[in-house]
Design a protein around this ligand. Structure first.
Ligand SMILES: *Cc1c(COP(=O)(O)O)cnc(C)c1O
Length: 376
């Protein structure tokens, strides 16, 4: 039996029961379960606003777009971001004709506040922070920097469903926090995400933008029971970005279990930590910030012979991953090469070990044993 990096678990019967309600009612689209999921998400997280989307990528795009629109940013203005992320984070800046300025990462693989401050120019408008693997890194220092320089903050919380600091779900400091419920994330659905704006006004604009720019109030205002529902107005050139009730049904069920699932992920991480404790010369687990209860989307180690180790593990039917390739290695971001030496170095040394709910204690020990055997 092979051991994969990710292997999502679904409470199948509960999900099917919830989906059945949609099918029997004949309501599978926007509204109904999407509203219910948004309400349950707000209750769980404590966010004031939440809008359910078909992906986190859509959410990141809209976070950038709406902040640009509302704050009158110009094309070519700059947003500081990390090279150690999934490309969605940085693409969403390019979608809006803004420039990605890369800042380096720290030992947590998250944005380094010192380098962020160094990379601020007259054109800097915002910072996008990625809570890598579910950790918060030095997020709160970035929050302070944004306040000091009057920059907007977007949190790419794709890995952070369930992440807490001092008992609170993290992200309320940001203008927008975006969560991913993609198939292998901590709250897996099919594809979907949630965007949580600090300001109500931005949430309202976002709801129009996720449905082609249609102003729902135009027909909500009329007493009429539907005759003129086709006679809506268009406020914006919007997108088809909203989520649907079938996927929301899965999300509603998965949300009930995310905390116990994450607790098991933290258990797996502590088993790995324990196993690697006596091999500090060759295996360095990427640390979690003091006081952070990480969702533990990832368990990442730093080693000297990453590529070789990866191959050896594959030969033993263990299939780890890499999060992530330094984004400045991609042609479209190559102008950033050389600006983030730590990110570049770590990107060649990191390996994400199997982390999912089907792993047993024995699996973790087996993987650890092989890592210890082949790491140099
Ligand atoms: C998965 C992921 C995204 C994109 O999420 P989707 O829901 O697949 O669009 C963005 N950023 C990071 C860091 C991710 O891991």
């Amino acid at each position: 039996m092979s051991i994969q990096l990710f292997s999502p678990v679904f409470r199948v019967n509960e999900c099917l029961d919830e989906i059945r309600i949609c099918l029997e009612k004949g309501w599978t689209g926007l509204g109904f379960k999407t509203n219910e999921f948004e309400e349950k998400w707000k209750e769980y997280t404590g966010f004031n606003n939440a809008h359910f989307l078909n992906s986190a990528t859509a959410g990141l795009h809209l976070a950038v777009k709406i902040l640009k629109m509302q704050n009158k940013w110009q094309d070519g203005d700059e947003i500081i971001s990390t090279p150690i992320t999934f490309v969605s984070t940085n693409h969403s800046i390019l979608y809006e004709n803004l420039r990605v300025v890369f800042a380096d990462v720290d030992k947590y693989l998250c944005l380094d506040p010192i380098d962020v401050e160094r990379k601020i120019t007259k054109k800097t408008r915002a910072v996008v922070f990625v809570g890598l693997g579910g950790n918060i890194g030095q997020y709160f220092k970035i929050v302070d920097i944004c306040r000091k320089y009057n920059l907007k903050l977007i949190l790419d919380a794709s890995h952070m469903t369930g992440t807490r600091f001092k008992g609170n779900i993290v992200g309320k400091e940001a203008e927008a926090a975006v969560f991913s419920f993609q198939a292998v994330k901590n709250l897996p659905t099919g594809d979907s995400g949630m965007i949580c704006f600090k300001d109500k006004e931005n949430d309202v604009i976002c709801r129009e933008l996720t449905w082609l720019g249609i102003n729902k109030d135009t027909f909500a205002r009329t007493d009429d029971k539907g005759t003129y529902k086709w006679k809506y107005d268009l406020d914006y050139l919007g997108y088809k970005y909203h989520g649907n009730s079938i996927i929301a049904s899965i999300g509603i069920v998965q949300l009930k279990y995310v905390d116990i699932d994450n607790a098991y992920r933290r258990q797996i991480a502590s088993w790995y930590d324990e196993n690697f404790r006596n091999f500090k010369d060759k295996i360095h687990p990427v640390p979690v910030t003091e006081g952070c209860e990480s969702s533990r989307h990832l368990y990442i180690i730093e080693v000297n012979n990453r590529d070789e180790l990866l191959e050896e593990l594959n030969k033993n039917d263990i299939f780890p991953g890499v999060h992530y390739r330094d984004n400045t290695e991609y042609k479209m971001y190559s102008y950033g090469q050389g600006t983030c030496p730590m990110a570049h170095r770590l990107s060649q040394r990191i390996l994400s070990l199997p982390m999912h709910l089907r792993l047993t204690y024995n699996d973790v020990n087996y993987v650890s044993e092989k890592v210890i055997e082949y790491a140099k």
